[in-house]
Design a protein around this ligand. Structure first.
Ligand SMILES: [Zn+2]
Length: 410
């Protein structure tokens, strides 16, 4: 635990005295307990990635409940109140706005463009859903945390061996003290929201196929691959969404347009040698994750350096879409629409204006519309307090430009 964290915690405690006192007491006890444990080397359970050609994996996809039928009275905007992360007030210490997803929907409802009753609520991705695309972390997480007391694997583990895995959860979501909380609390407060968002991303492809478009007001965990998580991404929702779509939607070509400020190394690693998936990634090459190997797997790489301005960015996007359109003929587009390209975002380090983000989204939706390709949009990174409003404004613009109108016949 860093000194700066404690310092910030003490400052914040004056605003949230009861919650913080409880959290501080808990952390003190937990730190003491952990300190007296002898940590042993974590047990390694390495699993290789399985292809969805594997009958077991295909069976998991076909028996999944995530692809349920959505009535025509609903609009293909997917959200659940469970998306938002709250952790006994501790989330307020984090620089991220971990309730941006709910704020996007509240803006849309207050602007009168969305009726709360028309929002599609997804199901939570289950263990079997997550194992469709074998993710070592998911596997560890389920085995080590959720089913800790009942799974045979844990019977072989000492208390000391479980601690590294709880710490792994904390590293991925970048809130270090979370690693010291009880398993059930981590599950309920952090991993459950993520799994709901995964369910939303997977469902969005089915809805996009039926209606022409779908927006999951969450998801876009593009740093997580089948093998590992990182950078606020605990589950590989983009890869899972594509695997489900390839098996269940009778399609064979998918384009990922990743315009989050960060390189999407998770899906790049997962689809490294898969010619069914074309990846256009526009990212800042000087920031996380600096995954040089995954960069080799990008079909069209557009690097935008720190400080890039709106006009330059949009011109590069025009050119990139032009090239993508000539190079590949997709049957589904997965658009990772991170807003961390926004001017002032401390992580993205680009200088794109809010209007620039609105224009960016419009260009991508127009690209899909002109080619009549179903498009899924995920909100991905961008957790400044202003991000939610920027996303909502952009969705309003898409609606005004008739780029997300409801298709009458499916
Ligand atoms: Zn990002």
């Amino acid at each position: 635990m860093s000194f700066t964290f404690i310092q910030k915690f003490v400052t914040e405690s004056t605003r949230f005295p009861y919650t913080s006192a409880f959290v501080l007491a808990f952390i003190t006890v937990a730190v003491a307990a952990v300190r007296f444990r002898r940590l042993s080397k974590p047990t390694s359970f390495t699993m290789s990635s399985s292809s969805v050609n594997d009958p077991v994996q295909r069976n998991r996809i076909f028996s999944s409940k995530l692809y349920f039928d959505v009535p025509r009275s609903k609009v293909p905007i997917i959200y659940s109140e469970s998306y938002d992360i709250s952790f006994l007030g501790i989330e307020k210490l984090h620089p991220f706005d971990s309730s941006k997803w709910g704020r996007v929907c509240r803006f849309l409802v207050s602007f009168g463009v969305l009726d709360k009753k028309c929002i599609v609520e997804p199901l939570e991705a289950s263990k079997d859903d997550l194992l469709v695309h074998v993710n070592t972390f998911c596997y560890m997480e389920w085995k080590m945390i959720c089913e800790l007391k009942v799974n045979f694997l844990t019977a072989h583990l000492s208390e000391e061996e479980k601690v590294p895995f709880l710490k792994n959860v904390a590293t991925i979501i970048e809130v270090p003290p979370v690693g010291l909380f009880p398993n059930c609390l981590v599950q309920q407060k952090v991993l459950h929201p993520f799994r709901k968002q995964v369910g939303g991303t997977i469902l969005s492809a089915k809805l996009a196929k039926e209606r022409g478009w779908a927006i999951n007001v969450g998801g876009g965990f593009h740093h997580c691959s089948a093998e590992k998580g990182g950078g606020f991404c605990a589950y590989a929702d983009i890869s899972l969404c594509i695997h489900f779509a390839l098996v269940r939607l009778n399609i064979s070509r998918v384009m990922i347009i990743d315009l989050d400020a960060h390189q999407g190394n998770g899906h790049e690693t997962d689809f490294a040698y898969d010619s069914r998936v074309y990846i256009l990634d526009m990212y800042n090459p000087g920031i996380y994750p600096l995954d040089y190997e995954a960069r080799n797997y990008i079909n069209q790489k557009v690097e935008v350096k720190s400080g890039t301005l709106t006009e330059d960015y949009l011109q590069k996007l025009d050119e990139a879409l032009e090239v993508a359109g000539r190079s590949f003929d997709p049957e589904l587009i997965v658009y990772n629409a991170g807003t961390d390209i926004l001017d002032g975002d401390p992580l993205g380090r680009l200088k794109i204006s809010p209007d620039g983000i609105t224009l960016r989204d419009e260009k991508v939706f127009r690209f899909a519309r002109e080619k009549n390709i179903p498009i899924v949009m995920l909100t991905s990174g961008g957790y400044m307090k202003s991000s939610a409003r920027v996303i909502a404004d952009s969705i309003v613009n898409l609606s005004k430009k008739c780029l997300i109108e409801d298709k009458q016949d499916s």
